[in-house]
Design a protein around this ligand. Structure first.
Ligand code: GLA
Length: 462
């Protein structure tokens, strides 16, 4: 038993009055190296699991209650009964991620189980929250694995990854499947190239002599608040752009084009031709809902029901600046290509070629997909000046972390420079509240060097 497990076991026994945990589960966070906002469009991503994550000890109960204590006292405890439809807590409550994982397991396995048993658990995490390192998906997967362990349900990782991607929509984010897949399927020492629909993974070796360094901008982007709408806006706009392109291709090409996701359009035209057609048809300017509805022969309300309805029954508000559909399409299609090109560059051990692709990805995320922010720009800039071969924002965007590729012998200097320029320089002068967070924390938790870690591990405790 390692020391974390021992410590959690002891506390578990105190909290649950002498009860002993039966399983210890570790669930990593992840950092995405390249392939941003491609997953829900059916195009590939390239993330890796990191050494930080969630740890949970648990024991089954004799009834249907799930009782989770968070080792960080400020989060408190959460208790609910497993049932067919678990009612959510208020939006933003961390317990919704636990409910989300449990609900997903019930939906996938309840018919083969006669009423599931709940569990008592103690959970701890060393992942920064809302920082683009997948703390939310790690919690969802941890909860699912705990419920499965409590009920003796065997683990099939690929199907669970797919189930959890769907289950996480319980919290209202319309994410793709990258996070759950890497969290469950990663193996130490390699990154993964992941393809979707169906889910497939391929391990990727990172260039020798280089480290992956993660820097936290300290701008939090909680998926449950404004960032949730900012995030959801993108899959919804991509869905609409896909439908418009399919409609146009059907009416001008003479035969029906079926496309659920943007990647499906590539069955009809290659990337270059599709981009040319999109430029021609969608045009550079923004689209309004009115224009899209007219194009698709729908009323605005039909369009909204079909393309802008979110899980909570709300229609995504219309943004006054309209929808930059061509820019969204350009980002997604070229980002998919960059993932493939990265695979080639990494197979050849070419760190510099991969670094250039990371830079292009960052520019595309910023200029075409609109998911950067001033702090991420400063941090990426500081990283490049401090010697990173590649530097880009990672994850959903709107804050969170950057991911950097740095030569091993430059890591110490890189860290020192970034701390000086971004945290002690930019934040200190321009963002006092964020600087305060930096000053109150250990710099080691702001700039994290991580080798690719294992996916989730379930240890039975006897
Ligand atoms: C979030 C989502 C993922 C993916 C990324 C952006 O992390 O959960 O599915 O879309 O954003 O690449």
């Amino acid at each position: 038993m390692n020391t974390i497990c021992e410590r959690l076991t002891q506390r578990f026994t105190q909290i649950y009055e002498g009860k002993k945990p039966t399983a210890y589960i570790t669930v990593p966070g992840r950092v995405n190296l390249i392939g941003e906002h491609t997953d829900y469009n059916g195009l590939p991503v390239m993330p890796m699991a990191i050494a930080r994550g969630i740890r949970i000890v648990l024991a089954p109960r004799g009834d249907a209650l799930v009782h989770v204590t968070n080792a960080k006292a400020e989060f408190g405890t959460r208790e609910f009964a497993v049932s067919k439809n678990i009612p959510p807590y208020v939006t933003g409550d961390w317990g919704n991620y636990i409910k989300s994982g449990a609900q997903g397991v019930i939906e996938a396995y309840a018919s083969s189980q006669n009423g599931m048993l709940g569990f008592d658990a103690l959970i701890d995490s060393d992942l920064p929250m809302a920082a683009g390192l997948s703390s939310s998906s790690a919690l969802v997967v941890a909860s699912a694995l705990a419920l499965m362990a409590a009920n003796g349900i065997p683990l099939e990782r690929t199907s669970l990854a797919e189930q959890m991607a769907a289950a996480e929509r319980y919290v209202g984010t319309m994410g793709g499947g990258m996070d759950q897949a890497v969290i469950l399927l990663a193996q130490a020492d390699s990154a993964l190239k992941i393809d979707f629909y169906p889910l497939r993974t391929q391990s990727v070796t990172l260039p020798e002599g280089y480290s992956v360094v993660i820097c936290n901008s300290l701008v939090v982007a909680p998926k449950t608040e404004a960032a949730r709408l900012n995030y959801n806006r993108r899959p919804l706009e991509c869905h609409l752009a896909t439908a418009l392109l399919a409609h146009h291709m059907s009416t001008t090409g003479g035969s029906a084009v079926q496309a659920e996701r943007m990647a499906d359009l590539l069955r009809y035209k290659n990337v270059r031709r599709l981009l040319a057609l999109a430029a021609d048809y969608l045009g550079e300017g923004p689209w309004t809902r009115e224009k899209a509805a007219a194009e698709l022969n729908m009323t605005i309300s039909q369009l909204e029901q079909r393309f802008f309805l979110m899980r909570d029954g709300q229609i995504l508000p219309e943004y006054p600046e309209g929808m930059p559909l061509l820019q969204r399409v350009r980002h997604v299609l070229t980002e998919g290509e960059r993932v493939e090109a990265s695979l080639t560059a990494l197979a050849a051990g070419d760190a510099h070629a991969f670094g250039r692709l990371m830079h292009e990805s960052h520019a595309s995320c910023r200029d075409l997909y609109g998911i950067s922010c001033p702090e991420l720009e400063q941090l990426v800039d500081a990283a490049r000046k401090a010697g990173a071969v590649g530097a880009r924002l990672t994850g959903a965007g709107f804050g969170g972390c950057t991911v950097n590729l740095v030569a091993n012998d430059k890591v110490a200097e890189f860290k020192e420079q970034v701390v000086k320029v971004y945290y002690e320089g930019y934040l200190h002068t321009h963002k006092p509240a964020l600087y305060q967070t930096f000053a109150e924390n250990d710099p080691e938790s702001m700039v994290i060097v991580s080798t690719p870690a294992d996916g989730a591990v379930i240890n039975q405790l006897s």
